[in-house]
Design a protein around this ligand. Sequence first.
Ligand code: ATR
Length: 271
Amino acid sequence: MTDRYAVFGNPVAHSKSPQIHALFAQQTGQDIQYDALLAPLDGFERSVHEFMAAGGRGANVTVPFKEQAFRVATQLTARARAAGAVNTLMFADDAIVGDNTDGTGLVADIQSNLGVWIAGTRVLLLGAGGAARGVILPLLEEAPSSLVIANRTADKARQLVDHFSDEAAGVMTSVTFEQLANHAFDLVINATSAGLDDAGMPLPDSIFAPGCLAYEMLYGRETPFLRQARRANARVADGLGMLVEQAAEAFFVWRGVHPDTAAVLATMRSK
Ligand code: ATR
């Protein structure tokens, strides 16, 4: 019998996950069906339980349900706990396991696809919301020499640093946007949602060290962050690779098989 998976979101019709997982399934010969399911804003938990009762084996979770999925899970992986959010659910007989593959996906894209090794580098993470928190533990695990968090609301950046003080062992600090004038980085990751409104941020060009990779976690749009980074001669990347890699990690969690992401990323880029 074909195993069923789905992505839950609201809205969800735009999701690329069904296409990506169909390509993974085709490539690896796994017999799965993967659908996009719209959960009502006040009915996420009910939708998940209905899907389980109908034989669903696992699910991805996207905006705005990642924090609710964290609460629906009866067991959490360490990376989900650190993220405070769940993007991957696995249904077992007596448990709903909550995982988070976003940060692992980001790191895989930066290192494997873009060829930038994080160990020993100076990393700047812009933003202190859910998207930023979701990637901190996997970034720290790659042992950057520093991980600096900058956020428009400086207090939230300070709180994030405090939250990770056990894992970060002095590597993580927070700065205000104004203080960035005194710093340069090898990797700058934009985890803010500013680009969704086409909003720029008051960032000095000097944050982009020579050879810097500027990574925009959004995809499919030329954001002010990407425009500025390009003007400042940084190498740029958008978040499509992260999207494919987080999906591949979820596929691996469910199926125990890791797809060849380069081929799928090339297909998605050409669409
Ligand atoms: P997400 O889940 O996408 O992280 P979020 O938790 O609402 O969403 O966080 C949004 C992040 O983008 C925050 O860091 C926010 O900064 P504030 O904490 O100061 O609100 C940041 N952000 C959104 N719009 C921004 C803008 N125009 N300029 C700078 N930062 C912005």
